[in-house]
Every structure is written in C-alpha cells, then in structure tokens.
Design a protein. Sequence first.
Length: 94
Amino acid sequence: MKNCKLIGKITKVEGQCDAGHHVGEKFDLTLYSEKPSKSHRTPHVCGFLYDAMFPYLVALQFGAVFPWEKDKDKWLAGCPDNQNVQVEIRRIRT
C-alpha cells in the first residue's frame, strides 16, 4: 500500500484561520513513495493541523481503513483549534 498518494483538500473554514488556510486549498500529504524511493515533505500546512493528522496519514499510507468512514479511501480531519478548519484526506491508489 506504500504506492499510493494522499491528497488533502480544505473543505471547511469557520471563522478565521490564523494559518491562512482557505476552502479548496489542496496539499500532497504523501509520506512515502517507492517510485522514486524517497520520503516527502509537506510544505504550507499549519503545524498544529499537520500534527493532528500525522498518525492517520501514516495509517492511510500503509493500508488502514477507518470503519466510521463510508469511503475507505477517505478520512476527514479537523483542526485542533475547535475544528475550525476541516480537511478531507483522500488515498489515491497507484
């Protein structure tokens, strides 16, 4: 399952996001790729939001599914600042 991409898209912003995230913003959140063999960096994501997402990104990258999600290749994450920002993470199998 390492050969997948993780794409995040901001789907909701309530109030003001101090990091400047906005609805429709997309990020490549892929952690690891065998082609070419390297790890990835994810610039432009608020550190607090990334920290909240990271354990789930690892799980998705290596094949996990979350039983509460209808789509097993999707997960919704929320900003630790009272869920003001919501991001949809989609696993794209390659």
